[in-house]
Design a protein around this ligand. Structure first.
Ligand SMILES: [Zn+2]
Length: 456
């Protein structure tokens, strides 16, 4: 094992910048773990996955797969091997600060955004998130997305919306976060502009009319771009269904009481992807009440510049008074019924976290969301498949991501424990491989992070 680790170290220490150079120069085989391939299928025991030059070349059980003679072997015995997680709703500019207004004031508007984004990105990657959809940021995120793509910054592969489209200006945030429209004509025109500037998807926020939704969807679809809508209000949901919005974000996450059964059934029957983001607020809040120590995570303290950490901690004092949790009692009462409505109806379920909304830190958001979905009626394998295969379908990249299959990109994580028994085992991601490069390895099992891959 020691020799093998050093071999990888050598391969990865070449001072090159391009993404390819971050990959080991030889095939790598993860051997011996319980393998989940992203499908809702039985696990493969004593599994093997081999990857080379960024692509998966073989997947199967130990006796089925021929491991190339020159492969580096990483012992994944006693662990779970699975596809990298995809988070279908993140905010790479946020760090879990308790109050949005104060956070942006602290950042000086957007002045210190460039310090916040790499922190969020590395925390996501460390948590096993190898791809993510960012739904709302100024266009600085385009350069950031490219820097991740080039391998200069550790982080998930990003699909980004850039600024969102709304009729209601959000207070307390810089103007560059939003496009405020006042007519359907403007909605369509601004959608085209966003796509020209570089939006991978369009995000709509609130206040839009039925005609606005139609104009946005028409303009986006003409360019082959999907529309993700922030939806709580049943009237807006109705308009979004009729307009052909592609992904419903937040529905069923308890801000509203449960919806009329016919509305939920229609969404399920039309197989409209649902990304509920249920853990933000209504699971995170009671978890913090029960264990406020989670706010004192030493890893978090280490990740943040001292003044960021001090400001974060200040924002969490008396968090029950934060505006984000104004209606938390009612939301918690609605939570289970509201979330399970879509699951019980057989909706097409994706997984997204809205990280890092207040106290919903990137370090924990994905496993908390997955655990909340299990609490709401999904089985662990269903949630794992939703966070990998289904999410890859939702972002239109199932041909290259989302499952462990020969030919796909090597986005693989190794987890200490059995997430099929307890999905919260996903809190223990030990190894993160993205694009065939080893980005994160926990010290205990695989050698010091700084020796194997790219410590951060
Ligand atoms: Zn969001």
């Amino acid at each position: 094992m020691r020799v093998l680790v050093l071999f990888i170290t050598f391969a990865l220490m070449l001072p090159l910048r391009a993404q390819e150079s971050l990959r080991p120069a030889v095939p790598v085989a993860l051997v011996g773990g319980m393998l989940l391939d992203g499908y809702e299928a039985e696990p493969i025991h004593h599994g093997v996955v081999v990857f080379d030059a960024g692509r998966i070349t073989a997947v199967g059980s130990r006796h089925e797969v021929d491991i190339p003679d020159n492969a580096v072997i990483i012992d994944a015995g006693g662990r779970t091997i699975m596809p990298g997680l995809i988070d279908a709703h993140v905010h790479v500019d946020l760090i879990g600060h308790g109050e949005y207004d104060d956070y942006y004031a602290f950042l000086g508007g957007m002045e210190r955004l460039h310090e916040a984004m790499p922190i969020a990105a590395k925390q996501m990657l460390r948590a096993g998130v190898t791809s993510a959809v960012d739904l709302g940021a100024p266009f600085q995120i385009l350069e950031f997305r490219e820097r991740i793509r080039r391998g200069e910054i550790p982080g998930p592969r990003l699909t980004v919306s850039g600024p969102w489209i709304t009729r209601v200006e959000m207070a307390g945030i810089p103007d560059a976060y939003e496009v405020v429209i006042s007519s359907a004509e403007e909605a369509g025109r601004r959608t085209r502009e966003l796509i020209e500037r570089g939006s991978d998807v369009i995000k709509t926020w609130v206040g839009l009319t039925a005609a606005d939704y139609r104009a946005v969807v028409e303009a986006a679809h003409a360019e082959g771009v999907k529309v993700h809508a922030h939806l709580y209000d049943p009237v807006a949901i109705r308009a979004a269904i009729d307009a052909g919005v592609d992904v419903f974000q937040h529905v069923g996450s308890a801000r509203n009481p449960p919806y009329a059964e016919e509305l939920v059934l229609e969404i399920a029957h039309k197989s409209i992807p649902v990304v509920q983001t249920i853990s933000h607020r209504i699971w995170v809040y009671p978890a913090t009440v029960a264990f406020p120590e989670r706010l004192h995570d030493p890893v978090y303290k280490k990740d943040l510049p001292a003044d960021f950490y001090a400001e974060f901690m200040r924002s969490t004092e008396n968090f029950h008074r934060n505006s984000y949790f104004n209606d938390i009692g009612r939301e918690i009462r609605n939570a289970r019924l509201s979330a399970s409505q879509f699951i019980d109806a057989g909706a097409y379920m994706g997984v997204g976290t809205d990280a890092a909304s207040p106290l919903n830190m990137h370090t924990e958001a994905i496993w908390r969301e997955m655990s909340a979905l299990v609490d709401s009626g999904m089985t662990p394998i269903q949630v794992i498949s939703a966070a990998t295969k289904t999410n890859a379908e939702i972002i239109g990249q199932i041909d290259r991501l989302g499952t462990l299959e020969a030919g796909k990109l090597a986005d693989i994580i190794v987890v200490d424990g059995n997430p099929l028994r307890n999905v919260e085992a996903l809190d223990h991601v030990e190894l993160v491989i993205k694009d065939g490069a080893i980005w994160y390895a926990e010290e205990a099992a695989f050698g010091p992070v700084t020796e194997i891959g790219h410590g951060f």
